[in-house]
Structure formats: structure tokens, C-alpha cells
Design a protein around this ligand. Structure first.
Ligand code: NAP
Length: 487
């Protein structure tokens, strides 16, 4: 069985497939936990089931590697990151195929994610050389104050399955660039992308112990990463409930914490929008990765005057999306990650239909079985149903009608999430009012695709703390030290 799935992936470089963890520059652990392809349910391979003891060992390795790594000139660290990005691009096709097999996303999206993920290494290598300090005029004639930036130390990181490479490089890139060392736990659903990245990091010149990857039982591993006093900073991407729990665990040792949590993005279409552009943006924002991105549009608020036309256009475009195994070249919609995800989508759709919503397209499992679900557009959705209140994390566009700009902003802000929002209008003044009025960390104005390594990515309210990417992202891994000099 495993041979069959691996054979279908067809790696050109077979040793990118690793079934062991990476601690202190060594490949360790025995393959135990099965990893399945969500499209076929076939077993791709196994990964080690490590726990507390091995995670403590990884933390010790990261602590031991810290003095030498942080002492390197920034350029030396940047050179490693640049080579690492080069290697990712060199092996882009293999890495993309591995990712599609374990995660399910269409191959074209996986190729895009590898390029996006590598860009964080390149970007933060460049940023490492600009971690400038300050000289502050002193409060007295014979006093000076100097500010220098230093790496925070050992970093604990936990990442989700929906972007198996980029959610890692967006943390590891700035951490390593800043001079920190890392212990990372990827999702057990998508560990192979992480392990392949570790191999390429080793080839790019990472010192032993700078990056350690531990797979296995989430709770004991997470406990070490959040409670061990040797870890100075904890960074997490995943769901809001798990993020809250882990942040609470970090309190006992007062760690620095960054959280990239769930979203529930509103997508506003005003009467003065170009609805062709809005519908195209809606498809990208809603259906990328089968609706399993944290910045996916979840609630569509559409103004009276364009409601009918926009609904028709969106339903047409959604019904044309090709559903299937991501490894097949034509696929635009892969499977949902697992049965739990499928059941959540079904519960949200049933709730909406029970409250009067109507189906424009989809709203059922796909005939291919498994966790394939048809791209779905629902109209006349109640603004207070499950679809509106919770992150659906699936291929369902829920359309709600609005009359005034004030109503749209009020409904869009009526959420505990505050990650991404989108708005379509051709009125310049309105675009400023709306962008400023939306309580979200990121706003896409006339675009459904916002992510890049240059964007400060992150949310407000219960969507998180801190920013990743951009010039701000490295600050999460730098400590400010102030030195007061008496002349
Ligand atoms: P999740 O269930 O919270 O899992 C995320 C990670 O936490 C996984 O590695 C998981 O391990 C681990 N984990 C779960 N319970 C844990 C515990 N008690 N202790 C320690 N670790 C634990 O989230 P997910 O389903 O993987 O990801 C989807 C969520 O991530 C969505 O809500 C999405 O919006 C959010 N997300 C946010 C961003 C952002 O930038 N804001 C980006 C991507 C995704 P296992 O998988 O091995 O169990």
C-alpha cells in the first residue's frame, strides 16, 4: 500500500521522503503513525510517535546550538537561508507533489506554496542584515542610551496542516535569520513537507541543533514547548481554541507568544463594484485549498443592487471548478482534509438550509466519495447562523444581502475573529471608509489574494497576536536591549 502511494507521488529525488524526525542534526525515531493521502485514503508512510523525553532532548540541542548560531555574522545566516530557498526551488516539483499527496491541494497550488514558502527564507535572510538598533539622546549631558536588538533565544513552534510548508518557513525563516534556534512540531497530518524542508536546510548549511523537528503526540510535545523555561518564545499557527490553551500554558514561564489563529473573513461587494472582478476574486479567496485557508472568505455581504447578478455569476464560476485528486493536473478543488472537516461543512450547510437559505450550486458530497465536497454557493443565508458565526473551513460561499454601507460594516465586524476582510468598490472615498472601518488585521481592497512575504500577516481580536512576514516579522524573534552609558 505505502509503495503504491509513494509510487504515485513519483519523487525524482526519493530521499526527500523522510520517515524519521530531525533532532540535533540526526535523523531519529521509528516510523509508527500512519500518514494518509486525503484524496485516496491510502497510507503514504509513517512517522515517529515522539513525546516528552525526545522533545526535551530537542530543546537541549537547540539550547546548545544557540551560542554559535547567534554569534555568526548576519550575512552568514543569510547565506544559509538563500541557499535553502534555492534548494526549495530546485526541488519545487518534488516538494509540491509530496505536499499534494499529504494535504490534498491541487498541484498548481502546491507549486505556488513552495515558491511562497521559500520566499520567506530569502526575505528574512535580507532582513537579518538590517536588524538595526538606535542611539537615543540621553536625559542628561553626560548620558547616552543605546538600543540593540538580540535574538530572543530558543523558539518553540507548532504549525497546522493547511499550508504544510509556508506556515513553517514564515516562522523558521525569521527565527533563524535573527539568530534563534527552533524546535518545531508540524501537524501529524502533513509532516513530510516539514521533514523534507529539514533535509534541505541541512544541505544549505544549518548547524546541528539550529532546527529540530519533532512529530508525535501533540499534547506532551506542546507542553514542553510552552512550559520549558529554556524556551524563550512560543509561536503557534492553528485554531483559536488550541491557541488559547497553549497561550495559557505559556503564562507559567512568561514567554513571548505569537499566535496566528482562525479567521471568519467577510467579503463585501458594493453596488458600485465591478462584479466580474469581484466574482473572480471571490473564487480565489473562497475556494483556494478547498476553502481551507485562514483568510478564506466565509461570509459574503452583497448590496441590493448587484445581489442577483453577483450570485448568478459566482454560482456559475463555482460550478465549473474541477473536483478531484490534486495530483491530477486538471484538478482545481481537492478533498477536505478528513471526515471531521467534511462533517463540519455538512453541519454548517444543513443549519443554513434549515434557516431558509437556498442552494445555487453544490451543497452535497461529490460523487467521487471520500471527503470530496462540491463547491457550494448558498443565497439568502441568515446573518446569525452557524455559517456566519463560525469558520466553516470548506468550499461553501454564504451570501447575505445588505442595504447600506453602515449595515455592511456592522455585520462584517460582528465576529470575534479579525484576521482578513475583503471589499469591492470603485468609489475611492468608500474604499478608505470601509478599509478603516473593518476591524481586521488585513483588508483586501478589490482583490481576493493578499498573501506574500512582504505583507505583515496577522489578525486582531481572537485571530491572534503578532505579525508574520514583512519587515515586522523579524521583530517577533528579536529582543530589545537598552544600555545606559554614563560618560
Ligand atoms: P489545530 O487543530 O489548532 O492544530 C494546529 C497544530 O496544533 C497542529 O500541529 C496540531 O497537532 C497542534 N495541536 C492540536 N492540539 C494541540 C495541543 N493540545 N497541544 C499542542 N499542540 C496541539 O488547527 P488545524 O486544524 O491544524 O489548522 C486549521 C486552523 O488553523 C484554522 O482555524 C485556521 O484558520 C488556522 N490557521 C491560521 C493561520 C493564520 O495565519 N492566522 C494560518 C493557517 C491556519 P496535530 O495536527 O498533530 O494534532
Amino acid at each position: 500500500m505505502a509503495d503504491g502511494e509513494l509510487g504515485r507521488i513519483g519523487l525524482k529525488r526519493s530521499n526527500l521522503f523522510r520517515e524519521q524526525c530531525y533532532i540535533d542534526g540526526k535523523w531519529v525515531g521509528e516510523p509508527e503513525i500512519e500518514v494518509r493521502n486525503p484524496a485516496t485514503r491510502g497510507v503514504i508512510g509513517r512517522i515517529p510517535n515522539l513525546g516528552r523525553a525526545e522533545t526535551l532532548r530537542a530543546v537541549a540541542a537547540a539550547e546548545a546550538a544557540l551560542p554559535e548560531w547567534r554569534a555568526l555574522p548576519a550575512k552568514a545566516r543569510a547565506d544559509v537561508l538563500r541557499r535553502w530557498n534555492d534548494l526549495m526551488l530546485k526541488h519545487q516539483e518534488d516538494l509540491a507533489r509530496l505536499m499534494t499527496a499529504e494535504q490534498g491541494k491541487p498541484l498548481a497550488e502546491a507549486r505556488g506554496e513552495i515558491a511562497y514558502a521559500g520566499a520567506f527564507f530569502e526575505w528574512f535572510g535580507e532582513e537579518a542584515r538590517r536588524a538595526y538598533g538606535d542611539i537615543i539622546p540621553g536625559p542628561a549631558a553626560d548620558r547616552r542610551i543605546m538600543v540593540m536588538k538580540q535574538p530572543v533565544g530558543v523558539v518553540g513552534a507548532i504549525t497546522p496542516w493547511n499550508f504544510p510548508a509556508a506556515m513553517i518557513t514564515r516562522k523558521v525563516g525569521p527565527a533563524i535569520a535573527a539568530g534563534c534556534t527552533v524546535v518545531l512540531k508540524p501537524s501529524e497530518l502533513t509532516p513530510y513537507s516539514a521533514l523534507a524542508l529539514a533535509l534541505l536546510g541541512e544541505e544549505a548549511g544549518l548547524l546541528a541543533g539550529v532546527l529540530n523537528i519533532v512529530t508525535g503526540d501533540a499534547e506532551p510535545i506542546g507542553q514542553v514547548l510552552t512550559e520549558d523555561p529554556r524556551i524563550a518564545k512560543f509561536t503557534f499557527t492553528g485554531s483559536t481554541p488550541v491557541g488559547k490553551k497553549l497561550a495559557a500554558q505559556c503564562a507559567s514561564t512568561v514567554k513571548r507568544v505569537s499566535l496566528e489563529l482562525g479567521g471568519n473573513a467577510p467579503f463585501l461587494v458594493f453596488d458600485d463594484a465591478d462584479i466580474e472582478v469581484a466574482a473572480a476574486g471571490a473564487i480565489v479567496s473562497k475556494f483556494r485549498n478547498t476553502g481551507q485557508t485562514c483568510v478564506c472568505a466565509n461570509r459574503f455581504f452583497v448590496q441590493d443592487g448587484v445581489y442577483e447578478a453577483f450570485a448568478k455569476l459566482l454560482a456559475e464560476k463555482a460550478s465549473e471548478l474541477v473536483v478531484g485528486d490534486g495530483l491530477a493536473g486538471v484538478t482545481q478543488q481537492g478533498p477536505l482534509i478528513n471526515v471531521k472537516a467534511l462533517q463540519k461543512v455538512e453541519a454548517h450547510v444543513a443549519d443554513a438550509l434549515g434557516h431558509g437559505a437556498k442552494v445555487l450550486t453544490g451543497a452535497q458530497r461529490d460523487s467521487q466519495g471520500g471527503t470530496f465536497y462540491q463547491p457550494t454557493v448558498l443565497r439568502d443565508v441568515a446573518p446569525d447562523g452557524l455559517l456566519a458565526r463560525e469558520e466553516t473551513f470548506g468550499p461553501v460561499a454564504a451570501l447575505v444581502r445588505f442595504r447600506t454601507e453602515e449595515d455592511a460594516i456592522r455585520m462584517a465586524n460582528d465576529s470575534r475573529a479579525g484576521l482578513a476582510a475583503y471589499a469591492y468598490t470603485r468609489d475611492l472615498s468608500r474604499s478608505w471608509r470601509v478599509a478603516e472601518g473593518l476591524q481586521y488585521g488585513m483588508v483586501g481592497m478589490n482583490t481576493g489574494l493578499i498573501s506574500s512575504e512582504t505583507l505583515p500577516f496577522g489578525g486582531v481580536k481572537e485571530s491572534g497576536i503578532g505579525r508574520e512576514g514583512s519587515k515586522y516579522g523579524i521583530e517577533e524573534f528579536l529582543e530589545i536591549k537598552s544600555i545606559v552609558v554614563q560618560l
